[in-house]
Ligand binder design. Structure first.
Ligand SMILES: Cc1ncc(COP(=O)(O)O)c(C=O)c1O
Length: 378
């Protein structure tokens, strides 16, 4: 129950033991088509350019930014968490100028600040993090942000690594031009093949670049040869990871994407109610609480690292601490995909309650259980 990877569903593990076929085998091409269709379903998009990028979430992130940002372009990135910083590094390496829209860690972006940043800098590309894993903040009001960007003729890139398959995400309806994600969070799939989707407008920019992107491996104009109509060799696809993500996405479709969002809200809602009734706070306001990543405030006088070690040593349960500006101030408790189950919440409350009591913190685990049960009954 850390910030990912989450527990992998047994069906996904089983799919990974399927014997290999070649990456151009007709049966594998059928699987590629199925993966792309299922991925469109999870992203809520009709984008033709919807593919799993070989590599972890950072590979799909770099494919997005490295192809969209050309030398001399300006990219607007957020400062409200760890992964906005990674966007910045990638945009700089792509030869872009970086400008910022500021918000403190633990707060979402304010549309008025985004508007001001656009008026001041006229960026070509705007990146934001829909579900910031470092702070537990969900960015609300996405359509407002994308319409500011489109009014300024910019393209929007959304980091959906910790939202895809767990938290409401509407790529087409919200006007997101490019979204990238990772498989190891709410899809409960091992890392290795990472979802990416681009609309035609974004792909037009990518295909009309003056200079090729610096990365050959992640050049979308070349990857298009394999994942587009031709199905010709670019690099050997990670066959086993493609089997895995296909099974993970089939599980999403079987459950239904809206039902899956509702399950995350319900189970993580029980976790939230439980920790709050135990006497702990959550860092973000309720309005931008992120069900898949719960940022629980560390009580005064508690050593966060020692509590995390206690939970791992005594319960074999993984949770994480804060990063950057929130280091030592929060526990990061994931509630993602196959891990988002009531029995895990109950286990977490037991383990965390005991770890905090062991340090003399004033917590009430029984009240936490009662609130959790009440929430699950609703
Ligand atoms: C919001 C966000 N963006 C990007 C990444 C990078 O993904 P990966 O570590 O799989 O390369 C992560 C990983 O945790 C993340 O949480």
């Amino acid at each position: 129950m850390g910030p990912g990877p989450s527990d992998v569903h047994p069906r996904v593990l089983r799919a990974m033991s399927t014997p290999l076929v070649g990456h151009l085998d007709p049966s594998f091409i059928d699987i590629m088509n199925e993966v792309q269709e299922l991925m469109r379903y999870a992203f809520r998009t009709d984008n033709k350019w919807t593919i799993p990028v070989s590599g972890t979430g950072s590979a799909s992130m770099e494919a997005a930014i490295g192809n969209l940002v050309e030398p001399g372009d300006t990219m607007l990135v957020p400062t409200n968490g760890y992964f906005g910083g990674r966007m910045e590094s990638m945009a700089e390496r792509a030869g872009g100028e970086v400008v910022h829209v500021d918000a403190p860690w633990g707060e979402p972006l304010d549309p008025a600040d985004v508007q001001d940043a656009f008026d001041e800098h006229q960026p070509d590309v705007f990146g934001f993090v829909h579900a910031e894993t470092s702070t537990g903040v969900k960015q609300p009001g996405v359509p407002e942000l994308t319409s500011i960007a489109h009014d300024h003729d910019a393209l929007v890139v959304a980091d959906t690594v910790t939202s895809l398959g767990g938290v409401e995400l509407e790529v087409d309806d919200w006007g997101i031009d490019v979204a990238y994600s990772g498989p190891q969070k709410c899809l409960s799939c091992p890392p290795g093949a990472s979802p990416l989707t681009l609309n035609d407008r974004a792909m037009d920019k990518v295909l009309s670049r003056e200079k090729s992107p610096r990365s050959w491996y992640l050049d979308l104009s070349l990857l298009e040869g394999y994942w587009g109509d031709d199905r010709s060799y670019h690099h050997t696809a990670p066959i086993t990871n493609v089997y895995a993500i296909r099974e993970a996405l089939r599980l999403v479709a079987e459950e239904g994407i809206e039902e899956r969002w509702a399950r995350h809200r319900r189970v993580a809602g029980a976790l939230k109610a439980g920790v709050e009734a135990m006497g702990l706070g959550l860092n973000p306001e309720d309005e931008y609480w992120l069900p898949s990543l719960n940022a629980v405030l560390v009580p005064d006088g508690v050593d966060a690292g020692a509590a995390i070690d206690y939970v791992l040593d005594h319960y074999d349960l993984e949770i994480a601490g804060g990063l950057g500006a929130l280091a030592g101030d929060i526990f990061r408790v994931g509630c993602m995909g196959h891990s988002a189950r009531p029995e895990n919440v109950s286990f977490l409350l037991t383990a965390l309650g005991e770890a905090l009591e062991a340090q003399g913190a004033d917590v009430d685990p029984e009240a936490g259980f009662a609130a959790m049960r009440e929430q699950l009954r609703q």
